[in-house]
Design a protein. Structure first.
Length: 507
């Protein structure tokens, strides 16, 4: 039998079918664009996302020969929601996490219940990126849409409903809304009352791994999945990525490098300390057992390289086409050794942790006439690595120790990036047998649900193996340390100026 893991992301949807040994049988990907109606707003067209979901499932189902899928599990981007009518029609675009329209609504919660209480209940720092302030914005600014809305659904529960199943949302994605009680695993009446909203507008929370239902004849026609295929609750893409990388105990962390770069670390109990809140580190249910997870992230990582490719990399694209190489291998080839002396602040889409500043903008300092193209490119990667080291350092200062980073995503395909990450952060960067572990994670709860594996632990042992280990070079780590200590002083020094720039850009 085969098992399908699907991920619904901010720029595309991908489905991968695995056999019981974790070998890829078929895969499909389909992009869709983000849209920017005005400064600070970021949306997806939900019909395009739904069509992508159906298209990749159909393609994967056709690609599996003689091994029909028995289970489907979905990982998805967090916070992103869509107002849906009772008949399943979309009433408004999907509003995604970095969208900054709900700053005023988030600020209104600072008095009641207050930032500390918000964190104690939800494990989330009070911020406009989360779902709840944006639901308040919909009520305030689009009251006609709000009145017609049956449910505000995140993407897995949207898919379930479009497949004819009850919309149910796993605890990890519910935890990303800033409306979920992460200790008692239910919608928080205190948070919803403060927001002036009702829990009936949200899907039923369930544990990851629970069976949501089966594919019906009607659902089979639009997806290509066989009738009776189990649909199993997956979770938020970052904990799912962690599960697929085997992160099922403390001191383990996965570093997923895609559009966003995110380090996900596991705990065996909720950690809701002041140090965590002060640094904007969340605490919410993992997708495995009773563990909890925290995230340290930057909103722009691989997207910065893509920005460079699209805007400045014409010659690289031509060289890649002529040589048959990957364009990113061309861009990252022949970079200079050692620190560049340049400092990229990678806040191209606002800052992630530890500042979580929606109005932050990127910067590049240290330019001179001696800087050539390859030095500039390396500075882009260095800046991302400095930012992630800052997060690792602050997590450890808050009591969260990380032994090593299991690396996944597009960045894990670059030995240069992996070695640079190890040298700057000072932790081993380790690849595993599957670079896109979030999709493999979808095979784990599905496989357990249909009896392929006796437990999640058994599945992880069967499917996840470490491969290459990039150890930090002690001399290089010390050399980068001098530059890193300067890097951490840059944002506090330029934050006010950056905000003024953001204000001018939004006029």
């Amino acid at each position: 039998m085969s098992l399908i893991g699907m991920d619904i992301g901010s720029t595309g949807c991908k489905a991968v079918a695995f056999n019981e040994e974790g070998q890829v049988l078929a895969q499909a990907y389909r992009e869709y664009p983000e849209i920017y109606p005005t400064a600070g707003w970021i949306e997806l067209r939900p019909q395009e996302v739904w069509e992508a979901v159906c298209a990749v499932l159909q393609k994967v189902s056709v690609g599996i020969v003689g091994d029909p899928p028995r289970a489907l599990s979905i990982s998805a981007l967090g916070e992103a929601f869509t107002p849906v009518a009772a008949d399943g029609s979309f009433l408004y675009n999907t509003i995604v996490s970095p969208d900054a329209r709900a700053v005023k609504q988030a600020d209104s919660l600072r008095d009641t219940p207050g930032a500390q209480r918000v964190f104690e209940i939800t494990g989330m720092p009070l911020h406009s990126s989360f779902t709840l302030p944006k639901l308040m914005w919909m009520r305030d600014e689009r009251p006609d849409i709000h009145r017609r809305t049956w449910k505000y659904l995140l993407w897995p529960d949207t898919v379930f409903y479009k497949l004819g199943l009850e919309p149910r949302l796993d605890w990890s994605l519910a935890g990303r809304t800033m409306a979920f009680d992460v200790v008692n695993h239910c919608w928080s009446e205190e948070m919803l009352a403060a927001a002036g909203l009702d829990s009936s507008l949200l899907a039923e929370p369930i544990r990851s791994g629970e069976v949501v239902g089966e594919i019906s004849q009607a659902a089979s026609q639009v997806t290509g999945l066989p009738v009776g295929c189990l649909v199993v609750a997956g979770g938020h893409d970052q904990p799912m990525n962690a599960l697929g990388a085997g992160i099922i105990r403390e001191r383990m962390a996965v570093d997923g490098t895609g559009t966003v770069e995110c380090i996900t670390v596991a705990f065996d109990r909720p950690v809701l300390t002041e140090a965590m809140r002060r640094n904007n580190y969340c605490c919410y249910p993992h997708v495995y057992g009773d563990l909890y997870a925290s995230l340290a992230f930057t909103y722009a990582s691989g997207s910065i390289l893509r920005w460079y490719r699209d805007n400045f990399g014409r010659s690289h694209r031509q060289e890649a086409e002529q040589s048959g190489r990957d364009v990113y291998d061309v861009i990252l080839s022949d970079l200079p050794a050692g620190p560049t002396g340049l400092f990229l602040v990678p806040y191209f889409a606002g800052s992630g942790t530890p500042y979580l500043d929606a109005l932050a903008r990127g910067a590049l300092l240290g330019l001179s006439l001696k800087v050539d193209e390859k030095t500039y490119v390396k500075a882009l990667i260095e800046g991302i690595c400095y930012e992630m080291r800052q997060n690792v350092d602050r997590l450890e200062q808050a009591g969260v120790v990380i032994d090593r980073l299991r690396c996944t995503g597009g960045g894990a395909k670059s030995p240069l990036w992996l070695q640079l990450k190890a040298d700057i952060i000072g932790k081993p960067a380790v690849t595993i047998n599957v670079t896109e572990s979030g999709y493999q994670a979808g095979a784990i709860p599905g496989g357990v649900a249909v009896g392929v594996y006796g437990s999640v632990t058994e599945a992880v042992g069967a499917l996840v193996q470490e491969r290459d280990v990039y150890e930090p070079n002690p001399a290089r780590h010390e050399e980068y340390g001098d530059f890193y200590r300067l890097y951490v002083d840059i944002w506090p020094a330029i934050a006010e100026l950056s905000h003024r720039i953001s204000d001018l850009q939004s006029r």
